[in-house]
Design a protein around this ligand. Structure first.
Ligand SMILES: [Zn+2]
Ligand SMILES: [Zn+2]
Length: 373
């Protein structure tokens, strides 16, 4: 079943992993809130997986990774800012006989709340230095400071893309609650990609992997053949790649490029932001590439059925398939909004490739198949 068939919908737009995989989702993702947290484990000498709970999220948990360094520890990602998440992290460290101030470095793969929300609080209690990509720094204020402005821009953008007026409020709800799970923190060091982060026996190269988020990074140790993939590559769900008012203009093009880049690494072990560590990176990146190709084909196919008829992003989305068992009418407002942003990422890529024409008229953007096709 897809995570969209879970009883809980996502609480915010720019933060969640998209549940658009139509295949079977394993137990870890299907049991929803209240599911058992995966076990803490030392996966390689000096690298621990410390799963933290994500209350009310169908994802259930986020994986953070602790790496022993010469002067303490590095933590990669940190969960969101809720008391139970902090308690879980403290519990993991206590069990390993590590004090919070021993965590000297905090690297964030991207600033979605489930990876970044706790960073501000953690820096206060541990005095760890904080690093993430320069582009993620750009989005902090616009995503987490002015909720009203974000909501009104998003509402106008949904309208522009054909959302019926009586659905606007329904689709636009939900972002604000997630902002409460973020304590804003600015980086001590911004990353561009290409840096090497040395941690004891490991040397992680920072690889910029835009798409799921504009400044998403992965960390790769070529000698030990291990990749910390954040949300760029997940084992069982398709990371969401959506186009909306707080993204770059063609995020799916970025995502597919950086997926191909990562698929060429000789990583033997992948440590993802959610789900179980896994092997077989090229097979997984191939699956994700094929998934997006099917979605691109689906958009062209449905527009080709009525040549010359232009449809809005919303109308295209409503005609696409989002779940095995549920129809468009069954999706919640928030799920519909996630769907619209994902569909538009595909539509915009097709437009950029010259496969679709984009029209602006009567205050609405519509698309139709290019006559050159
Ligand atoms: Zn994410
Ligand atoms: Zn995530």
């Amino acid at each position: 079943m897809s995570a969209w068939e879970s009883s809980v919908s996502y609480a915010a737009l720019p933060v969640s992993e998209s549940p658009t995989v139509l295949g079977k989702v394993p137990q870890a993702f299907s049991s929803g809130p209240g599911q058992a947290l995966p076990e803490r484990a030392e996966l390689m000498p000096g690298i621990w997986r410390l799963p933290l709970p994500l209350r009310d999220s169908p994802l259930g948990h986020v994986n953070t990774y602790l790496v022993r360094t010469d002067d303490g520890y590095l933590l990669v990602d940190c969960g969101w800012d809720t008391a139970d998440t902090l308690r879980a992290l403290e519990g993991h460290l206590r069990a390993l006989d590590i004090r919070l101030p021993d965590v000297r470095h905090l690297v964030i793969t991207h600033i979605h709340p489930d990876h970044y929300g706790l960073a501000g609080r953690l820096r206060e209690i541990s005095s760890a230095d904080l690093s993430f990509h320069r582009l993620e720094r750009l989005y902090i204020e616009s995503r987490y400071v002015d909720a009203d402005e974000l909501l009104s821009e998003m509402r106008e953008w949904l309208r522009l893309n054909g959302t019926p007026p009586d659905e606007l409020d329904r689709l636009n709800r939900g972002s604000v609650s997630m902002m409460e799970r973020v304590q804003i923190a600015f980086p001590d060091r911004t990353l561009d990609g290409g840096e090497e982060i040395t941690c004891g026996r490991y040397a992680f190269r920072v690889i910029w992997t835009p798409g799921h988020s504009a400044g998403h990074i992965c960390l790769y140790d070529a000698r030990n053949k291990v990749l910390l993939s954040g949300d760029h590559v997940l084992p069982h769900i398709t990371p969401s790649v959506g186009l909306h008012v707080r993204t770059t203009s063609n995020p799916l093009a970025d995502y597919l490029d950086s997926l191909q880049l990562i698929g060429r690494l000789e990583a033997e072990l992948v440590l993802p932001g959610h789900g179980e560590p896994f092997r077989g990176l090229p097979a997984r990146t191939d699956e994700l590439l094929a998934h997006h190709q099917r979605r691109l084909d689906e958009v062209i196919e449905l527009l080709s059925r009525r040549p010359g008829v232009a449809l809005s992003g919303y109308e295209i989305t409503a005609r696409m398939r989002w779940s095995r068992r549920r129809t468009w009418d069954d999706l919640s407002g928030f799920e519909r909004r996630m769907a619209v942003t994902e569909a538009l990422a595909h539509i915009e890529l097709l437009h950029a490739r010259g496969k679709l024409q984009k029209r602006y008229g009567d205050g609405e953007i519509t698309y139709l198949v290019s006559e050159l096709e």
